[in-house]
Design a protein around this ligand. Structure first.
Ligand code: C5P
Length: 400
């Protein structure tokens, strides 16, 4: 995460409050100072002691604590932060905010503040879907309040649907994006990265040599320019970038589902080395050596994620970038791929063994856009990423 910031964390009432404890730890690991505020309902789920122990400072909880008013008034408390995060944000707190109520410390801080606010809602699915909550959501969005989640899934109350609080890594990514100040601030960008693994049987798989280094560098460069990045990665060898929301997948089909789940986005960068084929006859038991001869592996074609997204008739990202890893006729293949897949740009590179690019730290790419072809000199993957991220920022700023 770029820089250390002061975060005021309001913990509302809900079972998801336990995740706020981990959130405090992760924020502090990244060097941020966290001032915690625990609502009365929040204190039913986590104790002030655990919150203050993890935050390393006292927890504020009562509006009418006169000592606090003498030491630090609620107005000052609300303004001495770079960002206010509410996690979990209850339906009640959202309603209060939408109406401008100020009847406890949390709602008063939220009304008095002039700093950006990010909410991570958590509530029962019916409460989330209720027209009143949806009205409040629309009002708060129009007021410039940021949201992360809620996610769909099983809920502690036994129901299933939207209402689960976003996971801590997603909240961290949203915090990074909210704090970042750059040309991609407010933009959501998807990056796919790494190889895919296509199972042959429960212990064997088909893979490729992609390390995920270039995709990870691109995601990192996009985060640095202020983008909210969703990073969908196969089993890569390099660790995922800080500050991005990471979605881990194994197979091409899982990657497609994760990509579709991440839409809508302003730009989608498909840097993953997706396996073209999977096994048509993958075995659900470990295949054994038999006297009957060698196994015959039958292949089936995987979905082409880049082509699928490029050719979407509804909800296509305004900028779709594909990669072409070629071992020969790089430019011809890349230009043909640009037309065939229907993407806006292709970043082509020569991955023949002699170049040392696949799995290495450098890259030499050619950018194919609708306007022509540009060859970039050989440079580090981080530099390629920074240059590409800047091009993406310029394209989005120009409305492409
Ligand atoms: O066709 P080819 O695999 O060479 O195309 C490479 C580009 O297409 C990359 O951007 C890669 O991420 C994407 N791709 C994909 N789904 C596939 C195969 C490739 O998204 N099944």
């Amino acid at each position: 995460m770029p820089g250390a910031s002061r975060i005021l964390l309001i913990i509302g009432g809900g079972i998801a409050a336990y995740k706020a404890l981990d959130l405090i730890r992760r924020l502090r690991e990244r060097g941020h100072a966290v001032t915690p505020v625990l609502t009365r309902a929040g204190a039913q789920f986590v104790t002030p002691l655990s919150v203050s122990a993890l935050a390393g400072r006292r927890v504020f909880s009562d509006l009418f604590d006169l000592t606090d008013e003498a030491e630090m008034g609620h107005i000052e408390l609300s303004r001495s932060a770079d960002l206010i995060v509410v996690a979990p944000a209850t339906a009640d707190l959202m309603a209060k905010m939408a109406q401008g109520h100020a009847d406890d410390l949390a709602s008063t801080l939220l009304l008095a503040t002039d700093t950006p606010v990010l909410l991570a809602p958590a509530m029962n699915v019916r409460m989330w879907q209720h027209p009143a909550t949806q009205r409040n959501l629309a009002t708060l969005r129009a007021d410039g309040i940021g949201f992360v989640g809620p996610n769909e899934g099983d809920m502690a109350c036994g129901e299933h649907g939207p209402g689960r609080m976003a996971e801590v890594p997603e909240i961290l990514a949203a915090i990074t994006a909210a704090l970042a100040d750059g040309p991609l601030k407010g933009r959501r960008v998807l990056v796919t990265s790494g190889p895919t693994h296509e199972p042959i049987d429960p212990v064997r798989y088909i893979a490729n040599r992609s390390s995920g280094a270039q995709g990870t560098a691109i995601a990192r460069a996009l985060v640095a320019l202020g983008a909210e990045v969703v990073f969908v990665t196969g089993p890569a060898t390099v660790p995922p970038p800080d500050g991005a929301e990471v979605v881990r997948v194994e197979t091409a089909r899982e990657m497609l589902a994760a990509v579709e789940g991440a839409l809508p986005v302003d730009a989608a960068i498909f840097a993953a080395a997706v396996a073209d084929w999977r096994m048509a006859n993958a075995s659900d038991r470990k295949m054994k050596k038999t006297a009957g001869g060698l196994p015959v592996l039958e292949f089936a074609e995987n979905p082409d994620i880049l082509a699928t997204v490029s050719q979407m008739t509804k909800g296509r990202p305004p900028l779709v970038v594909g990669f072409a890893a070629e071992t020969h006729d790089v430019l011809d293949n890349a230009t043909a791929k640009h037309a065939r897949k229907g993407c806006d740009w292709i970043v082509a590179n020569d991955v023949s063994h002699a170049t040392g690019i696949m799995g290495g730290t450098e890259n030499a790419v050619t950018l194919v856009t609708g306007d022509g072809v540009e060859s970039w000199p050989r440079m580090s993957k981080a530099e390629v990423a920074a240059r590409l991220a800047e091009r993406i920022a310029r394209a989005l700023a120009a409305d492409i």
